[in-house]
Design a protein around this ligand. Sequence first.
Ligand SMILES: Nc1ncnc2c1ncn2[C@@H]1O[C@H](COP(=O)(O)OP(=O)(O)OP(=O)(O)O)[C@@H](O)[C@H]1O
Ligand SMILES: [Mg+2]
Length: 380
Amino acid sequence: MDELVLSGDYLPPRLLYRENELTRLLDSLSESLSGEKKLVALFGLSGVGKSTLAKAACRLFSIGLRRNRLNNGFVHISCYSARTVNALFSQILKFLSPYSTTKGLPTEQIVKSVDSKAIEQNLSFTVVLDDFHALKSDVASDFFAHFTTGKVRLRPFNFVVISHEKNITLHKKRLKLELIECAPYTAEQVAQIIADRVERAFNKGVVPQEVVERVTKLGKEGDIRFKLELLRRAGRIAEQKKADSLTLEHIEEALANMVDSHILEHLPTLEEHELLLLYSICRSIRSSKQGFAIIGEVEREYAEVCSRLSIQPRKHTQVWEYLQKLKKLEIVLTRISGKGQRGKTTVISLNGASLDSTITEVIKEIRRRGLSRSERSNTS
Ligand SMILES: Nc1ncnc2c1ncn2[C@@H]1O[C@H](COP(=O)(O)OP(=O)(O)OP(=O)(O)O)[C@@H](O)[C@H]1O
Ligand SMILES: [Mg+2]
């Protein structure tokens, strides 16, 4: 098995069923050469190929320009890790000047360096703000204001923002916004994408058709990332067992230990109290034995968890905001209770991930941050 081909970093040679979106994105990027200040927004659900599409388009665009002796590059920034204007410009500067350090520098100084480095290198480039929905709107508009008010002189430049949401709000509307939707794949398209990747990653005949079909059906329908990660883990299990082929049992074994890959991706980016709230949600769901928990219980649990860890709990309104964030990240689902509960209350559940493996991963993250050495996955 070629693990790299199944990993999130792999850029497939061809993005199936995304030719139209790729052409539109490339056209949009090219239009900026005439000096138009433009922002392209790619939006769609998790795992439908937005980040991959942006990387493929930026790479093709850069190659095309370099052939014409135009100095061009792109910087791909995750807004989960860069949440402030300072952090965004620091990442751009790192791209322009990999050995410069920005720690402790005021934003305006970093912006100045970005400006002078880009001019010095006579470079135009595309800034991709991935997971744009994670950025607070005032941070986003402050960031763009640096370009639209001339503080940064780059010409021509491009912005691509990638979001789960269609509503891209920009307070300073000096950039023309173009929306490109990455619609969910049909079941047949998902099957074809998985089959294509299996062919690239495994030797012929190693993965029987029934296994491909099973993997295609597992996880959320359009989430290709989850299915590829499942294949990668099952492939590892098969290799460890020195099996000649990948079987349904390998898939089931891999599945039992799998947390939704997007939870794994988001855990390190959660703020401390968001993480503690998620932990409290998991614990409340576990003790309710019903697959969900109600907000009152979660808040009680959260207060207890904080007290055990000697951390000051946040107020109700703040906790509510953390919950909205976890919901926005598609880690939890919420609904208003119906029959069976007294009065109306918010009911919280995990968004499809296994409870046990989520708790294990959340505890690992809590311990990794040094918040606690004593929390164990079997604590009831
Ligand atoms: N059309 C496609 N052809 C081949 N592979 C694809 C296609 N669409 C998605 N993939 C694969 O699916 C995985 C998920 O894609 P990607 O990370 O780009 O999704 P995303 O929309 O950015 O998700 P998220 O919103 O969660 O960040 C990647 O491994 C990617 O290679
Ligand atoms: Mg992405």
